[in-house]
Design a protein around this ligand. Structure first.
Ligand SMILES: [Zn+2]
Length: 92
C-alpha cells in the first residue's frame, strides 16, 4: 500500500460490519476505483475505522472508494468513489 500513516487496516476490517448489508462475502468483491480505475478485492483496499463512520480508500491512489456508517436503526453506504463492485454469483 502507498500510505505513509499507520491508521489504515486492510479492507477485512469492514467485512464484519458490512456482512449485514451484503449476504455474500464482501472481502472478495472487486471494487473499481473511480479515480485511477484500479480494481482490487475489498480485502486489499485500505480501511479506516473508528471514526463516526468507516472509510475504504483505494490502495493504489488513496481516493475514497466507500463510506460506511452504522447507526442503531440503519446502515448507510456511500459508493460514489467506486465505479463498480463485482461479486461472485451465489450459484457460482
Ligand atoms: Zn484509485
Amino acid at each position: 500500500m502507498h500510505f505513509s500513516d499507520d491508521h489504515a487496516l486492510d479492507g477485512n476490517a469492514l467485512a464484519g460490519p458490512m456482512a449485514e448489508l451484503f449476504a455474500v462475502d464482501v472481502t472478495t468483491a472487486l471494487v473499481m476505483c473511480n479515480d485511477c480505475g484500479a480494481a482490487k478485492p475489498l480485502a486489499e483496499q485500505a480501511a479506516y475505522v473508528g471514526g463516526p463512520g468507516s472509510v475504504l480508500r483505494c490502495s493504489g491512489c488513496s481516493s475514497v472508494l466507500v463510506r460506511f456508517v452504522q447507526t442503531r436503526n440503519a446502515l448507510w453506504l456511500d459508493t460514489r468513489g467506486s465505479k463498480s463492485w463485482q461479486m461472485p454469483a451465489a450459484s457460482a
